[in-house]
Write a protein that binds this ligand. Structure first.
Ligand code: SF4
Ligand code: SF4
Length: 346
């Protein structure tokens, strides 16, 4: 069913929904001066005029998460404190990024317990996305469309203007009750059909891996990338974390086991006991990241590339390294490699 409602009515619906769901949406973080997913209480809080700086994953895959508490003689699992489900108002690329993340956490061997127990609480509400932002290349990555949502909203909160009615499509019958009494309207969400940026994803075969790994191309990042890991932090499809045991006092055996997001771009990511590092340079780290997003994931799961083309890593990088340009550049390098042409970088 489709409906049209005003902002006050939508706030009353959110109030009802909040009894059953923690409701996340893109909102301003005034302290940090950025837009990220946070709990909303009013629909006017939702930011629609720009891409979020951080991804949707932090709504249910926390940056830092206690897994268990330990003492000398027992271990207790961390309990989830909020019994409600999690409703996230988000864009098509965000929903598709979580589908990619699910493959890594849930379909890559034994499911990750701590991811699964929060992920199974998540329901998506689609924020219609009809106009591409500057850094998006979702169409190239086929992440611009989704049918995976309970209800969809056409919302225009730009510049605080909340006069136009909100259009709603309820896709999951379980959500009809929240919109009972609303005025009927004919509404189907539309999706972005083109971006300014077009990604030419590289075709990487197993037979070519060594030759592509050895390209001079990767060396340009040794001077440019500072290994801050910002690009991974904002990526909705990056999953890596570190696990560490934190003792509450020196010499005691009470403590907690935490996992904290990590990054394949930081210098110590591959460091093992004795200080040995499998990948020693920023260029090697970039090669790993590109391979992971554009070769390993597809080789493992046989469908899409891992990247959804949200463009956040390009927005985030303090050294203006564009992942979009990096991957398109690699495609060109591979073309030259195959055709015997001169590579651009030496
Ligand atoms: S564009 Fe960057 S941040 Fe977005 S999914 Fe791709 S690699 Fe991750
Ligand atoms: S954000 Fe930029 S500088 Fe930082 S690790 Fe990523 S590519 Fe390197």
């Amino acid at each position: 069913m489709g409906y049209q409602i005003d902002y006050e009515a939508m706030d009353r619906i959110l109030e009802q929904l909040a009894k059953d769901y923690q409701i996340f949406a893109p909102k301003w973080d005034r302290q940090k001066k950025n837009v990220r997913y946070g709990i909303i209480r009013s629909i006017a809080e939702v930011v629609t005029g720009r891409q979020t700086d951080f991804s949707i994953k932090e709504a249910f895959y926390p940056i830092s998460q206690v897994m268990l508490y330990f003492r000398a003689d027992n271990v207790e699992e961390e309990e989830l404190k909020d019994p409600r489900k999690i409703l996230i108002l988000c864009r098509p690329c965000d929903i598709n990024s979580i589908r990619r993340l699910d493959k890594i956490f849930l379909e890559n061997g034994a499911p990750d317990y701590f991811y699964a127990r929060l992920r199974e609480k998540v329901v998506f509400a689609l924020l219609e996305c009809r106009k591409s932002f500057e850094d998006c290349f979702c169409v190239s990555m086929q992440s611009n469309i989704t049918g995976d949502y309970a209800f969809a909203l056409r919302l225009d909160n730009r510049d605080g203007i909340t006069a136009a009615p909100i259009l709603v499509q309820v896709a999951d019958a379980a959500f009809e009750e929240y919109f009972a009494g609303a005025e009927a309207a004919d509404f189907q969400p539309e999706f972005v059909t083109e971006n300014k940026k077009i990604m030419h994803a590289p075709e990487i075969s197993r037979a070519d891996l060594k030759e592509i790994s050895d390209l001079e191309y990767w060396k340009q990042f040794d001077d440019r990338c500072i290994g801050c890991g910002g690009c991974n932090t904002v990526c909705g499809t990056c999953s890596c974390f570190d696990t560490s045991d934190v003792l509450y006092a020196e010499g005691k055996s009470d403590g907690e086991r935490r996992r904290v997001w990590s990054s394949c771009m930081i210098p110590t990511f591959t460091e093992t006991a004795g200080g040995v590092r499998a990948r020693k340079t920023p260029g090697a780290n970039m090669r790993f990241k590109v391979f992971h997003k554009f070769y390993d994931f597809r080789a493992r799961f046989g469908e899409d590339n891992m990247c959804v083309g949200c463009g956040r890593c390009d927005m985030r990088c303090p050294k203006d390294i564009s992942f979009f340009d990096t991957v398109n550049g690699l495609t060109e390098e591979i073309r030259k490699m195959k055709t015997g042409g001169e590579p651009e970088s030496k």
